[in-house]
Write a protein that binds this ligand. Structure first.
Ligand code: SF4
Length: 498
């Protein structure tokens, strides 16, 4: 896509590109003349100011058709020129894009911020749900259903966050291995036999890091609140490997005191009774078994290598073993999946009565195989995806589930959201904590990112990230003494100013 900025006032380019992706998901942005493809969309815009009025003119063009919209906004006290320019540009883009493409983005012109975070900030100012809803509708052009969803999520998130003490922390353990690669995956996860053979050595390294993390938490004067073993597919480990990992965790932490201990199993075909009995015995309270869809043809076409039957079996095992909270992930809008087919999956998963259900919207990243094979993937199935997401939200509500965390990803079909639902008393705390970034999270394993968080004397948040190497082979080659020193230095400096 080509962008021409003809105005006097500059607007952050990344923001402009994000607005473009509301109407043209998956587009790349041409910088040089020779990169421009014939018939690709073009945005011409200008932002100018006279006295207190910011004016924006937007022309969007595609395949010989153009639409122009002009928006004017007053620079009000406390808002400033930059934010006013962004709001005006978003408004003009929304109306020009709606006319050109024939689609009104459900989240209006809201980009670059999590909707629930925005709503939480407004609620924290003491505003009522009604006034937040009005602002989402008026300033950001969010559709009525999404504005209501956003406020529901913010209120449920707030209830979870209110109970979190500042002297607590969480631990994330990364298992970036999978039994096969899903066609839509862009995550760094090893799935060939040669790479899977690294697992025993990887677990040894993880165990040494878990021991160190326990010492680092003491150093930071933090008490462990939640553990999340994520992937990849953590249950790709054999029962013996899983036991080795979990026994290391229980030697280093009092898991009985945790508010939550999640093992994100993931793929149903990797779950068996022995592994889940071990998980339960070592204190796991929450497990994620993810069918994504219960349509076997779609599962096969996206390379999941498991069937709907595998999901039911895995679910029954988790129930019989007595894991307190079971989460199931679904994806709306998978290539080839129709609305009626997805609705059946929603109904079937609800009929199993898991405590948590997370509905993602299909989203393709650059490095996913499926995008490379099919660059037109975003343009199909939008209507079915919109209906699928709407259906899931209505059905969850009518079945007693509440939305408690939500995020959006770039390049999601129809710009739609990912929402997690829960029955009362089972919300996944870690998911909210990682989203809000108000809580320290130690992290071990390849690709893991630790987040140190504190609030200064003015209540202002300070956050520092510590990155582990992205690939397992790099992680295993890392100098462990150096890594330990790096963590200790960061903790001493960040928390205690040493
Ligand atoms: S299970 Fe998840 S991490 Fe593994 S390949 Fe599939 S999408 Fe990627």
């Amino acid at each position: 896509m080509k962008i021409n900025d003809n105005g006097k006032i500059r607007v952050n380019r990344y923001y402009v590109q994000s607005l473009c992706m509301l109407f043209f998901p998956g587009e790349k942005f041409s910088v040089k003349e020779e990169e421009i493809r014939e018939g690709e969309p073009t945005l011409d815009y200008s932002v100018t100011r006279e006295d207190d009025i910011v004016s924006v003119k937007v022309t969007l063009s595609l395949a010989g058709k153009s639409e122009t919209h002009i928006a004017e906004l007053e620079v009000k006290n406390g808002v400033g020129e930059e934010k006013t320019a962004k709001l005006a540009l978003g408004t003009a883009m929304y109306y020009a894009g709606e006319k050109l493409v024939g689609m009104a983005p459900a989240w209006g012109m809201l980009v670059g911020i999590r909707p629930a975070k925005l709503a939480l900030e407004m609620l924290a100012e003491g505003r009522t749900a009604l006034s937040v809803r009005r602002q989402l509708r008026r300033d950001y052009l969010v559709n009525p259903k999404k504005a209501t969803l956003c406020i529901d999520v913010a209120q449920n998130e707030r209830a979870i966050l209110e109970g979190i003490r500042e002297d607590t922390c969480s631990l994330y353990i990364s298992i970036p291995f999978c039994p096969s690669r899903c066609a839509y995956c862009s995550f760094v996860s090893y799935s060939t036999n040669r790479l899977l053979s690294m697992i025993p050595e990887y677990i040894d390294r993880l165990c040494r890091d878990i021991e160190r993390a326990a010492l680092q938490m003491k150093r930071a004067k933090k008490k462990l609140l939640t553990i999340y073993i994520g992937g990849g597919t953590p249950t790709v480990l054999t029962a013996a490997e899983l036991e080795k990992l979990l026994s290391c965790i229980s030697r280093n932490f009092n898991t009985k005191r945790l508010a939550e201990f999640t093992l994100e199993a993931g793929r149903p075909d990797t779950v068996d009774e022995e592994k889940l009995r071990i998980a339960k015995a070592y204190g796991v309270t929450r497990i994620s078994i993810n069918p994504q869809t219960l349509n076997n043809n779609i599962l096969e076409s996206i390379g999941r290598r498991h069937t709907a039957e595998d999901f039911y079996n895995a679910f029954d095992i988790a129930r019989n073993v007595g894991i307190k909270t079971i989460n199931c992930d679904l994806i709306a809008g998978l290539p080839g999946e129709s609305y009626p087919s997805f609705a059946k999956s929603v109904d079937a998963v609800i009929a199993c009565a898991p405590e948590n259900i997370t509905v993602h919207t299909f989203c393709v990243k650059k490095s996913a195989q499926i995008k490379l094979d099919d660059p037109g993937i975003f343009k199909r199935g939008v209507n079915d995806t919109v209906k699928s997401v709407d259906y899931s939200q209505l059905k969850m509500k009518n079945s007693g589930y509440k939305p408690y965390y939500m995020y959006r990803q770039k390049n999601a079909v129809g710009n739609l959201e990912n929402v997690s639902f829960t029955i009362d008393g089972h919300a996944g705390i870690y998911n909210v904590l990682i989203m809000e970034e108000n809580h320290t999270i130690f992290a071990v394993g390849a690709g893991a990112v630790a987040k140190l968080v504190r609030f200064d004397e003015n209540g202002e948040k300070k956050l520092e990230r510590i990155f582990e190497p992205k690939y397992p082979y790099e992680y295993m080659r890392e100098d462990e003494a150096e890594n330990e020193a790096r963590y200790n230095e960061a903790i001493d400096r960040f928390f205690f100013g040493k």
